[in-house]
Design a protein around this ligand. Structure first.
Ligand code: FES
Ligand code: FES
Length: 162
Protein backbone atom coordinates (compact mmCIF):
# COMPACT_ATOMS: atom_id res chain seq x y z
CA UNK A 1 0.00 0.00 0.00
CA UNK A 2 1.33 3.43 -0.94
CA UNK A 3 2.23 6.08 1.60
CA UNK A 4 2.08 9.80 1.02
CA UNK A 5 5.29 11.59 1.89
CA UNK A 6 6.33 15.24 1.77
CA UNK A 7 9.99 15.84 1.01
CA UNK A 8 11.74 19.12 0.31
CA UNK A 9 14.25 18.62 -2.48
CA UNK A 10 16.59 21.48 -3.36
CA UNK A 11 14.20 23.86 -1.63
CA UNK A 12 11.05 22.65 -3.39
CA UNK A 13 8.41 20.72 -1.46
CA UNK A 14 7.01 17.56 -3.09
CA UNK A 15 4.05 15.58 -1.73
CA UNK A 16 3.91 12.22 -3.46
CA UNK A 17 2.38 8.78 -2.86
CA UNK A 18 5.13 6.13 -2.95
CA UNK A 19 5.50 2.46 -2.23
CA UNK A 20 7.24 1.90 1.11
CA UNK A 21 9.93 -0.18 -0.65
CA UNK A 22 10.90 2.64 -3.04
CA UNK A 23 14.52 3.62 -2.54
CA UNK A 24 15.39 7.29 -2.23
CA UNK A 25 17.67 7.15 -5.27
CA UNK A 26 14.81 5.84 -7.43
CA UNK A 27 12.46 8.44 -5.98
CA UNK A 28 14.89 11.19 -6.98
CA UNK A 29 15.74 9.82 -10.42
CA UNK A 30 12.46 8.31 -11.57
CA UNK A 31 9.76 10.21 -9.70
CA UNK A 32 11.36 13.67 -9.63
CA UNK A 33 13.53 13.20 -12.76
CA UNK A 34 16.64 14.41 -10.91
CA UNK A 35 19.08 12.13 -12.69
CA UNK A 36 22.21 13.86 -11.39
CA UNK A 37 22.17 11.36 -8.53
CA UNK A 38 23.90 8.29 -9.94
CA UNK A 39 23.63 4.60 -9.17
CA UNK A 40 26.92 2.72 -9.17
CA UNK A 41 27.00 -0.32 -6.93
CA UNK A 42 23.54 -0.39 -5.33
CA UNK A 43 25.17 -1.73 -2.16
CA UNK A 44 26.39 1.33 -0.20
CA UNK A 45 29.97 0.91 -1.40
CA UNK A 46 30.67 3.48 -4.11
CA UNK A 47 29.03 6.70 -2.94
CA UNK A 48 27.81 7.69 -6.43
CA UNK A 49 24.28 8.01 -5.04
CA UNK A 50 25.25 10.32 -2.14
CA UNK A 51 22.81 13.15 -1.40
CA UNK A 52 22.47 15.39 1.65
CA UNK A 53 19.70 14.61 4.12
CA UNK A 54 19.20 17.63 6.38
CA UNK A 55 22.76 18.59 5.44
CA UNK A 56 24.43 15.25 6.08
CA UNK A 57 25.55 12.79 3.40
CA UNK A 58 23.51 9.61 2.94
CA UNK A 59 23.84 6.91 0.33
CA UNK A 60 20.44 7.07 -1.28
CA UNK A 61 20.67 3.54 -2.73
CA UNK A 62 20.11 2.05 0.70
CA UNK A 63 17.67 4.56 2.15
CA UNK A 64 13.93 4.39 1.65
CA UNK A 65 12.09 7.38 0.27
CA UNK A 66 9.59 7.11 3.14
CA UNK A 67 12.47 7.67 5.58
CA UNK A 68 12.91 11.12 4.03
CA UNK A 69 9.33 12.10 4.88
CA UNK A 70 9.29 15.60 6.40
CA UNK A 71 13.00 16.10 5.72
CA UNK A 72 15.15 18.09 3.39
CA UNK A 73 17.29 16.67 0.58
CA UNK A 74 19.99 18.36 -1.47
CA UNK A 75 21.07 16.79 -4.75
CA UNK A 76 23.74 17.97 -7.17
CA UNK A 77 21.02 19.85 -9.07
CA UNK A 78 20.63 22.04 -5.98
CA UNK A 79 24.24 23.28 -5.89
CA UNK A 80 24.25 25.94 -8.63
CA UNK A 81 22.31 29.14 -7.89
CA UNK A 82 20.91 31.58 -10.46
CA UNK A 83 23.06 30.09 -13.21
CA UNK A 84 26.24 30.40 -11.08
CA UNK A 85 28.19 27.29 -10.24
CA UNK A 86 28.65 26.55 -6.55
CA UNK A 87 32.30 27.05 -5.46
CA UNK A 88 32.63 23.28 -5.14
CA UNK A 89 31.55 22.88 -8.76
CA UNK A 90 33.95 25.67 -9.77
CA UNK A 91 36.73 23.89 -7.89
CA UNK A 92 36.15 20.65 -9.79
CA UNK A 93 36.28 22.63 -13.03
CA UNK A 94 39.39 24.64 -12.14
CA UNK A 95 41.38 21.71 -10.78
CA UNK A 96 40.19 19.07 -13.27
CA UNK A 97 38.55 17.02 -10.52
CA UNK A 98 36.51 14.88 -12.88
CA UNK A 99 36.97 12.73 -15.91
CA UNK A 100 33.92 10.55 -16.66
CA UNK A 101 31.94 12.43 -14.01
CA UNK A 102 30.15 9.39 -12.66
CA UNK A 103 31.36 9.82 -9.09
CA UNK A 104 31.26 13.62 -9.23
CA UNK A 105 27.79 14.42 -7.83
CA UNK A 106 28.40 12.24 -4.78
CA UNK A 107 31.90 13.67 -4.31
CA UNK A 108 30.58 17.22 -4.46
CA UNK A 109 27.84 16.63 -1.89
CA UNK A 110 30.24 14.86 0.46
CA UNK A 111 32.60 17.82 0.04
CA UNK A 112 29.79 20.27 0.78
CA UNK A 113 28.99 18.56 4.06
CA UNK A 114 32.69 18.48 4.97
CA UNK A 115 33.28 22.17 4.27
CA UNK A 116 30.21 23.20 6.22
CA UNK A 117 31.52 21.34 9.24
CA UNK A 118 35.19 22.14 8.69
CA UNK A 119 35.92 25.15 6.44
CA UNK A 120 39.69 24.59 6.48
CA UNK A 121 40.31 20.85 6.30
CA UNK A 122 43.75 19.30 5.96
CA UNK A 123 44.47 17.06 2.99
CA UNK A 124 44.18 14.08 5.31
CA UNK A 125 40.76 15.23 6.54
CA UNK A 126 39.57 15.65 2.94
CA UNK A 127 40.80 12.18 2.02
CA UNK A 128 39.10 10.74 5.08
CA UNK A 129 35.81 12.55 4.27
CA UNK A 130 35.70 11.20 0.71
CA UNK A 131 36.84 7.71 1.65
CA UNK A 132 33.30 6.40 1.13
CA UNK A 133 33.19 7.74 -2.43
CA UNK A 134 34.99 5.70 -5.08
CA UNK A 135 36.44 7.22 -8.23
CA UNK A 136 37.72 4.99 -10.99
CA UNK A 137 39.22 7.75 -13.13
CA UNK A 138 41.09 10.51 -11.39
CA UNK A 139 43.40 8.98 -8.80
CA UNK A 140 41.79 11.38 -6.28
CA UNK A 141 44.60 13.95 -6.40
CA UNK A 142 42.64 16.49 -8.42
CA UNK A 143 39.48 15.85 -6.41
CA UNK A 144 41.41 16.76 -3.26
CA UNK A 145 42.77 19.87 -5.00
CA UNK A 146 39.24 20.79 -6.15
CA UNK A 147 37.96 20.61 -2.58
CA UNK A 148 40.92 22.67 -1.35
CA UNK A 149 40.13 25.24 -4.08
CA UNK A 150 36.50 25.38 -2.96
CA UNK A 151 37.49 25.70 0.69
CA UNK A 152 39.66 28.74 -0.14
CA UNK A 153 36.90 30.30 -2.23
CA UNK A 154 34.31 29.77 0.50
CA UNK A 155 36.60 31.18 3.21
CA UNK A 156 37.71 34.23 1.26
CA UNK A 157 35.88 34.77 -2.04
CA UNK A 158 38.53 37.19 -3.35
CA UNK A 159 41.27 34.58 -2.99
CA UNK A 160 39.59 32.31 -5.50
CA UNK A 161 42.26 30.85 -7.72
CA UNK A 162 45.26 31.04 -5.38
S1 FES B 1 25.05 3.29 -5.68
FE1 FES B 1 24.81 3.84 -3.63
S2 FES B 1 26.75 3.58 -2.77
FE2 FES B 1 26.98 2.86 -4.79
S1 FES C 1 35.52 10.82 -12.57
FE1 FES C 1 35.05 8.86 -13.34
S2 FES C 1 34.60 7.71 -11.59
FE2 FES C 1 35.30 9.58 -10.81
Amino acid sequence: MERTITVTVNGVSHTVAVEPRLLLVHFLREVLNLTGTHIGCDTTSCGACTVLLDGLPVKSCTFFAVQADGRSITTVEGLARDGELHPIQQGFKEEHGLQCGFCTPGMMLTAKALLEENPDPTEEQIRWAISGNLCRCTGYQNIVKAIQWAARRLREPAAAGR
